[in-house]
Design a protein around this ligand. Structure first.
Ligand SMILES: *Cc1c(COP(=O)(O)O)cnc(C)c1O
Length: 373
């Protein structure tokens, strides 16, 4: 009996996305093996974090790298690092910001649930971009209390915000670090170096999403001095990052995941996803009351195709929510994303071939059978 079965849980067929609440991603064998390997011995954790960081920095063409216990923890540590640098007294003082830099600038349209990770260090978020953003607005927001400018890359970027190039150019003039939350910005693989090569001081990625590393892992990539400050603010040091422990297993697994990811045939993967999307569209469009079309890019702005399926409840005899329930409660538990009031997004991204077929057949069965009745 599997662990999940013993707990009374069903494994999910994840046709949604690499969502944390659905388990992030599934680790490939080489990642699991690296974790098991690391679990068998005692090791100097400081030294292991350094060596893993060096290796990941080389692989990702960055000056330096740090493995955090998830991208959100990476945002906490990046914020702390921009405030304290490598000053031990400042590191010990957090989250008390008396006498330290205490403000982080962010576009209002970038505000999202993950900015709690920045705020938990105690900083005040200073918003720019209220009704369109202007370079003078960013310049006016920068002062001696500014620790960093945070940039959230994703579905919310590109809607009236300043271009990242402009943000970086202004930030550099005032010597303020720009931190990019790129947690879900893989693919494309090149993003591992794109943001930092553009001049962002740090870029933060999830290890447990597209990278298929341990669910509780993340990457902070970028400037050597700031990564050193991240390290000092992180576990196992007694610091604001001590509760965000990264174990030897996550360190080993995350490195294995990065090594694997850089060697993958991303073009072949993209082609396979496009084929599935085309097949799903063809199969579902033949059913009365169902309209299926390719949707690109996805909600996080990733260049990944998925299928937007719209249901005519009158023709099918089922509402969208009833269809979602049926997908969830059949022989397999299939999870999809909601789209508007009458649609869903079905995503082949993390599905294997057998699961792609199951999803195709099951949705057709749910919406097709009713018409015949
Ligand atoms: C997923 C995500 C995070 C958090 O990543 P974890 O690795 O789960 O901590 C942060 N920011 C954005 C934009 C994300 O999509």
């Amino acid at each position: 009996m599997s662990v999940l079965q013993k707990l009374g849980l069903r494994p999910i067929i994840n046709a949604s996305a690499t969502l944390t609440k659905l388990g992030g991603s599934v680790m490939p064998p080489e990642v699991v093996e690296a974790m098991v390997d690391a679990s068998r011995a005692y090791v100097d954790l400081h030294e292991m974090q350094r060596r893993v960081g060096q290796r990941i920095a080389e692989l990702t063409r960055n000056e330096a790298a740090y493995v955090s216990c998830g991208a959100a923890a990476g945002l906490v540590l990046s914020t702390a690092a921009c405030i304290t640098g490598t000053n031990p007294a400042a590191i010990a003082q957090l989250p008390n910001l008396t006498g330290l830099k205490s403000e982080v600038i962010v576009h209002r349209m970038h505000r999202n649930g993950y900015d709690h990770a920045v705020r938990q260090v105690g900083v005040k978020l200073v918003e720019i971009g209220v009704g369109g953003a202007y370079p003078w607005e960013l310049e006016a927001a920068i002062n001696e209390r500014t620790a960093a400018i945070f940039w959230f890359q994703g579905g919310m970027s590109g809607h009236g915000d300043l271009p990242l190039e402009t943000v970086i150019e202004i930030a550099n003039r005032y010597d303020v670090p720009v931190v990019v939350d790129a947690a879900a910005q893989l693919p494309p693989m090149e993003n591992l170096w794109r943001f930092t090569q553009m001049g962002a001081a740090l870029a933060v990625f999830s290890g447990g999403k597209e990278l298929r590393g341990p669910q509780s892992s993340g990457l902070v990539l970028g400037r050597r001095d700031l990564i050193e400050a991240v390290r000092m603010n992180g576990s196992p040091n007694h610091s604001i990052g001590r509760p965000m422990k990264v174990g030897k297993e996550e360190l080993a697994g995350c490195l294995a995941a990065v090594e694997r990811y850089l060697k993958l045939d991303h073009k072949a993967q993209a082609l396979a996803d496009e084929q599935t999307v085309a097949e799903w569209c063809a199969a579902w469009n033949s059913i009365p009351g169902v309209r299926a079309q390719r949707s690109f890019p996805n909600e996080a702005g990733q260049p990944l195709p998925r299928v937007h399926v719209i249901f005519d409840a009158g023709t099918i005899g089922l509402t969208r929510n009833e269809i979602v329930d049926a997908l969830r409660n059949g022989e397999h538990q299939i999870e999809v994303a909601l789209a508007g009031k009458d649609g869903i997004y079905v995503n082949p991204w993390v599905l294997n071939n057998a699961e792609r077929q199951i999803v195709q057949n099951r949705l057709a069965e749910i919406v097709g059978e009713r018409v015949a009745v």
